[in-house]
Design a protein around this ligand. Sequence first.
Ligand code: NAP
Length: 455
Amino acid sequence: MAIATINPTTGETLKTFEPLTDTDIETKLAQAQKAFEQYRKTEITQKSVWLQAAAEILERDKENLGKLITLEMGKPLKGAIAEIEKCASGCRYYAEHAAELLADVPVSTDASHSFIRYQPLGVILAVMPWNFPFWQVFRFAAPALMAGNVGILKHASNVPQCALAIEEVIHQAGFPPSVFQTLLVGSERVADLIADHRVKAATLTGSEAAGASLASSAGKQIKKTVLELGGSDPFIVMPSADLNAAVATAVTARMLNNGQSCIAAKRFIVVDEIADEFEKQLLEKFQSLKIGDPMLPDIDLGPLATPGILKDLDYQVQESVKHGAKLITGGQPLLDRPGNFYPPTILTDIPPGTPAEQEEFFGPVALLFRVADIDAAIIAANVTPFGLGASAWTTNEQERDRLISEIEAGAVFINGLVKSDPRLPFGGIKRSGYGRELSSQGIHEFVNVKTVWVK
Ligand code: NAP
């Protein structure tokens, strides 16, 4: 895949980049290792000052950085600016809390003095996706840098300017050179990077195939990985729920980021007695969404990020329809304009075993399932191989407790939109990956948890 900015709204190639050579990569890895040896000794208060400065730069430049996101991957500009603001808040969270999260933890034992000390591992490789091109990187970088690690970023090939801008923000903030570096390389370089003796661990956010490939390379080298992979999150609506609020959130949850979010609600599981009304309201709202140039302020839905994503989504919808799913609205790429546009789409009457039941749909397609009761809802929620997030709507306490304990997912949100928050851990189970980002769990993923025993 070429490393290039290709505007998804027009299909125009705006800028291409030469991938780094073997010599360039070697230089950057050597610089990263050298930087680590000094950086690991830096006081945490100093790192905090730099991370606060990064937050300020992000806030200051949010309009321009937001435009860069929209230009490269097509999300509506207001969402892109909100993403930059979120990065600033993630930086502030770790600037303020890292000292407490990384402090020695005393433990009473038979020693005169024993405790846990958290120490950095070294150079960490981050392989990142294009869908939240800033947030995915900052939610790795902020805790990793505070813990004393240094980062090398292999970003998705379609967001090279975002990748370079992130490196620039971190440098401008005052972090020493080479503490965080962008490597413009294709995915075929990842196995060699993880095999390099200077790289101590890796994190990947992306597809199952990419995650499995990175984890097997890392496994051969006995190196730790964190994987944040795909999801097909259920959105369960029980009859006791506030239906209007549920439908309004359902639309946001499915359409956010042009439908390309790992934690987007993808499967809407609705109990029979309210399913007609839910479908009617969802259809009305989907049909009122404004599709167009994501740089314009009133646009709800921009293009998909690449022609490949459009092609895959189209195939999944067509296959599901061929095997008996019913199309309520949408269902065909918008070929009357340039770019990768796909309309809001609803599929229902989805037979078992079809892509719509089992796979992740990365675009504005809602998959609607009618179920008899809460038992059927929980079975339907757990039927996919994924386990990232889940949103469930009910005002009944017993139902709430069952949904919280029986849904197989890394997060359950009751009466709300699944979202990431620096204060809460984020990650999945099953084929959605392993490990956690954010919160105290996130900062402890890439540290040596050292046991100290003194007599
Ligand atoms: P992708 O193709 O897996 O790309 C993600 C990153 O992995 C890119 O940097 C890509 O580089 C690299 N990559 C691709 N194949 C690789 C391989 N064999 N070995 C090593 N690296 C490889 O993912 P995508 O389709 O662009 O992104 C969408 C997926 O990411 C969805 O499944 C979505 O749910 C998931 N996602 C998960 C989360 C989460 O937090 N759980 C968040 C966002 C997205 P190139 O661009 O150079 O190919």
